[in-house]
Ligand binder design. Structure first.
Ligand SMILES: Cc1cc2nc3c(=O)[nH]c(=O)nc-3n(C[C@H](O)[C@H](O)[C@H](O)COP(=O)(O)OP(=O)(O)OC[C@H]3O[C@@H](n4cnc5c(N)ncnc54)[C@H](O)[C@@H]3O)c2cc1C
Length: 502
């Protein structure tokens, strides 16, 4: 059925009638363009039709909407939509109201929603801001946040609701570890400023809280001096245990600012859309290697530098590479500006968009795997399931990070080991075969279950409450109590399907 058909059938007339009494009514849209955008996301798998979309021009608009819902005998759900880059409808609100957060950036009266402090160690940033804009604004002061995601066209509120991870996480922690303070509108419609010292329960709840406790309208993000350029080295391995040993070694010593890793398969191109690193000359060399081994592992490490360190950086990178056991002759190097490096996925996005391959289904699976079981995961998942079935063209990410940089009081859950691996199975598919990849994802989850691998899903997606309870484990009671405290009528982010029936 078309969106029109679904929308007409949806129960929106009662809501439209009730909302007509509100001050924000002129900022609510019911048209197909607004509804269509809010009922789809990057995943292209789920579609949930809201009754209306709010295009706020101030924080007060969002407060008014949430307060109003609280006062209704039959309250409606409210979902903040950042950039809609979720993959399973997490920012949707079936028959509820989606708040188009990007509208704040365009419309807020006082304009500037990214303010760098004069002391220079933080910026106050609107929750609707894209990280690329935060980067560009802070760079004007020679500063930048320290912890990133691989892709910068995501909102601050969207990534802080999950964690925000990338190759810097081992050193600085996820993005949620680098927030000093937030302004939040709770599920009751109250505006609260929170930090580790003030309203700390709300602060810890919201960070990694999957949008369940409040809408982040502003976050104070830690900044540091921005480097100018980076040396980006990529080394190839055929043996997973040597690959992970080198990764773990590199995150245990000082000197690097970024470490990631990925898996290449003999049936896929050497360069994937997310990172085209290799020159054509190298590609044929690597293809032969892939033919020989079937699977090859790539270790990516990055060292930042600027004018003061330009003369010593090559030596430092050499020293970091000394003692690593990659395949001789298979180390490659790039020298880039810091901005080009951080914004590397954008080039892939533009390329895919030009070929009409961006808006396709993305049945992603992201996992945190405890270090003690990563060998079993490789054998059971990369080698047995993925390579054998030859369905996924990746990217397939795998890199270690350190638990000590995560704050356990926050809502996000991680495995119970000092080091765990971030695994990203970032599949793209055609409209007709996403279910095959989804079945493969389920097979992977079942494998982990059978093998007793105590993994946690990142950007989690579950179908039953029992699964959510298992996901949160010992944090479930706190998560529930915080929900009762900050969003007792369970209005917020229903698309996560934690407290709202599937
Ligand atoms: C191409 C691509 C690359 C990615 N790379 C990475 C990566 O390297 N590392 C990583 O960690 N993640 C990565 N992600 C995942 C991404 O961080 C999450 O999907 C994130 O939620 C997307 O942000 P968004 O602004 O699109 O959020 P949305 O999809 O709009 O929202 C996500 C959730 O947060 C809630 N929410 C949105 N805004 C707010 C707010 N202001 N306050 C409270 N709740 C809010 C929504 O209701 C929803 O539940 C990537 C995603 C894509 C598509």
């Amino acid at each position: 059925m078309s969106i029109i058909g679904k929308f007409r059938r949806s129960n929106n007339s009662q809501l439209a009638f009730e909302i007509d009494s509100l001050g924000v009514r002129a900022k609510l849209r019911y048209d197909l363009e607004a509804i269509g955008l809010s009922s789809s996301d990057y995943g292209n798998i789920v579609q949930e039709i809201p009754s209306a979309v709010l295009f706020p021009t101030s924080i007060d608009d969002i407060m008014e909407l949430i307060k109003f819902s609280n006062e209704c005998p039959l309250p409606f759900n409210v979902a903040a939509r950042g950039h809609g880059h979720s993959t399973r409808g997490q920012a949707m609100a079936h028959n509820g109201v989606v708040v188009n957060m990007l509208s704040l950036e365009k419309q807020c009266k006082n304009g500037n929603r990214i303010k760098v402090s004069t002391s220079g160690n933080y910026a106050d940033v609107g929750g609707e801001q894209l990280w690329i804009d935060v980067l560009n604004a802070t760079l004007q002061h020679g500063l930048a946040p320290v912890s990133w995601t691989d892709y910068l066209y995501l909102t601050v509120g969207g990534t802080l609701s999950n964690a925000g991870i990338s190759g810097q996480t081992f050193l600085y922690g996820p993005q949620i570890s680098n927030v000093l303070e937030m302004d939040v509108i709770t599920g009751k419609g109250d505006f609260m400023t929170c930090s580790r010292d003030k309203n700390s329960e709300l602060f810890y709840a919201v960070l990694g809280g999957l949008g369940q406790f409040g809408i982040i309208t502003s976050a104070r993000i830690l900044l540091a001096k921005a480097p100018k350029r980076v040396k980006w080295a990529r080394m190839l391995y055929s043996d997973f245990s040597i690959f992970t040993r080198d990764q773990e070694h590199l995150i245990s010593i000082k000197g690097l600012e970024y470490l990631e890793g990925s898996v290449m398969m003999d049936y896929t191109p050497t360069n994937n859309w997310r990172s085209s690193f290799f020159s054509p000359a190298h590609e044929s060399q690597i293809s032969s290697l892939l033919k020989k081994h079937g699977i090859v592992y790539c270790l990516d490490m990055v060292k930042y530098y600027d004018d003061e360190t330009v003369n010593s950086v090559d030596k430092e990178v050499e020293m970091l590479q000394e003692g690593l056991n990659y395949i001789p002759g298979f180390a490659f190097m790039k020298d880039q500006t810091y901005v080009d490096f951080l914004n590397r996925v954008r080039r892939g996005e533009i390329n895919l968009k030009s070929k009409g391959l961006w808006d396709v289904p993305h049945p992603w699976l992201n996992l945190f795997i405890p270090k003690s079981r990563i060998m079993d995961f490789n054998a059971g998942v990369f080698v047995d399931i993925i390579h054998r079935q030859k369905m996924s063209t990746g990217p397939l990410l795998v890199y270690p990070t350190t638990k000590i940089k995560w704050d356990d009081r926050m809502s996000v859950v991680t495995p119970d080991e000092d080091i765990f691996y971030c695994v990203g199975l970032l599949h793209s598919s055609s409209r007709s075969d996403w279910q095959d990849l989804d079945n493969q994802n389920n097979e992977i989850l079942e494998f982990c279950d059978r093998a007793g691998i105590e993994m946690k899903q990142y950007l989690p997606h579950y179908k039953s409450k029992e699964d959510w309870i298992k996901h949160f484990g010992s944090k479930w009671n706190t998560f529930q109590e915080r929900k009762a405290q900050f969003d007792p009528r369970m209005l917020l982010s229903p698309g996560q399907k934690i407290f709202n029936a599937v």
